[in-house]
Write a protein that binds this ligand. Structure first.
Ligand code: FAD
Length: 422
């Protein structure tokens, strides 16, 4: 069979793959982008798009988010409602003292069927991205020059650099790159779409409910446009297995429970509950090797505390594309050269992922969570301080230090009014 050569080939056109191809294109570098699906296609997800995503996409083109909003009208999100086991509600706006300005929301909720289609539309605007849908990759073979990729449609490609963006179930990541699933660093989650859920914050705060019986993990309710909501339950896979839980049934139980009965009284579920895996980034892994890079879920880069993966998928795609530019310039695609990808992932994403893992571990102790959230709930100044953690990475680092909380505790009792400096 005759094969076609392309220097860079990307498997998967979800957020990681589309971001990689777009970043390459804006750098003036062509690529081939393969996906087994046709778009629009669904992806099981909470549909919450953090501020990281618009920040990165705007770097490509400042008009890109306008195109997204005009085309799909996502729900603007201005903060998070956090319900600890003690049920003491904490509301954390993304910006202190924010004003709700149209087109400037710091985050969104948008069904993935829309958001991923939007990314594909952006890909289609770029002549130098050769997008092939309904093209499932069946096999990859490496030799000293790169990879040969065979598809179900009978095509064969050769490339110098293969970028795997084929998601949580990536065969390449497990088979070729040896990234096995570790249930202590993996989560299972289910999602259902509802209409008619009531009781949302007027500025569309997304809701994370940390419930006694589902720790570590949470039940979420995210407001969508048109009166719809994305409702779901996620937990670490080792605990799901140990307790033999069926998350679909557990989610039904939560929705029908006394605590949520009022809010779901007139709600109807508009399609079946579906589940999918979340490869968490709480374990250090090597995401590069001779002629390949792993991005997004294929590289296990989901935040272990929040379950957020779209932002890190996009970020890793950008990092992969920027390194690919250097590879082409130097004509180097060997593991030693590509190790620069892991160095950059370490600097940009790993520290944050480790921090989230520590918080996830701290939150397994219900009494600590209740104690700390009790302090916060009682003190609006501390809430303000915590709002800054979205943008202030140093502050987030302080969050996992006992000394920081001691200062907060003393601040509560009026002895330490200024707590920002640690
Ligand atoms: C229930 C649930 C809730 C979540 N909630 C959130 C949330 O609210 N916010 C958030 O930021 N993240 C959330 N996540 C995580 C988020 O969904 C993922 O991190 C994100 O989709 C990763 O993007 P990706 O491009 O790496 O992979 P994917 O989005 O999975 O895309 C992979 C693509 O590869 C294609 N593909 C796969 N195999 C092949 C093949 N052999 N050949 C060709 N193409 C192939 C697929 O068709 C797909 O289009 C959630 C995940 C789950 C499961």
């Amino acid at each position: 069979m005759a094969s076609t050569f392309t220097p860079i080939l990307i498997i998967g056109a979800g957020p990681a793959g589309a971001a990689t191809a777009l970043r390459l294109s804006y750098l003036g570098i062509p690529s081939v982008l393969l996906d087994k699906a046709t778009f629009p296609r669904d992806k099981v997800c909470g549909d919450a798009i953090s501020g990281k995503v618009p920040t990165l996409l705007n770097r490509l083109d400042p008009a890109i988010m306008d195109r997204f909003r005009q085309r799909f009208t996502p729900a603007d999100v201005w903060g998070i409602r956090f319900y600890p086991p003690s049920k003491k509600l904490i509301e954390l706006p993304f910006k202190v003292g924010y004003r709700r300005v149209p087109d400037e929301a710091p985050g969104y909720v948008s069904k993935r069927i829309d958001f991923d289609t939007f990314l594909i539309e952006e890909v289609r605007r770029r002549d130098d991205i050769d997008l092939r849908l309904r093209t499932e990759v069946l096999a990859t073979d490496r030799d000293e020059t790169g990879y040969t990729v065979r598809t179900k449609t009978g095509e064969e490609w050769t490339c110098s650099l293969l970028i795997d963006a084929s998601g949580a179930h990536s065969k390449f990541s497990r088979g070729e790159a040896g990234q096995q699933i570790d249930k202590n660093h993996y989560a299972a989650a289910v999602r259902g779409y509802f209409r008619g859920v009531t009781g949302f914050h007027p500025d569309n705060f997304i809701e994370l409910h940390f419930l006694d019986d589902y720790n570590p993990g949470y039940f979420w309710i995210f407001p969508l446009p048109n009166g719809e909501a994305n409702v779901g339950l996620g937990m670490r896979s080792d605990i799901v297995k140990k307790r033999g839980l069926n998350l679909r049934k557990e989610m039904d139980k939560i929705v029908a429970s006394e605590a949520f009965r009022e809010r779901f009284r007139d709600a109807v579920q508009i399609d079946p509950t579906v589940g999918y895996g979340l490869p968490l980034g709480s374990k250090d892994r090597t995401l590069s090797g001779d002629h390949y890079l792993l991005t997004g879920d294929a590289g296990h880069l989901i935040d272990p505390l929040t379950g957020e993966g779209i932002g890190n998928a996009t970020y890793s795609g950008f990092i992969a594309a920027e390194l690919a530019e250097q590879c082409l310039r130097e004509n180097r695609f060997d593991a030693a050269f590509l190790a620069a990808y892991d160095v950059r992932i370490e600097r940009v994403l790993r520290t944050e992922l480790r921090l989230s893992y520590r918080l996830q571990q701290i939150m397994q102790h219900k009494w600590i969570t209740n104690f700390l959230t009790g302090i916060v709930a009682a003190n609006p100044k501390l809430v303000e301080l915590l709002c800054r953690m979205y943008t202030d990475f140093e502050l987030r680092k302080q969050l996992v230090r006992p000394g920081f909380w001691w200062k907060l505790f003393r601040a509560k009792s009026g002895k330490l009014p200024a707590v920002a400096e640690d």
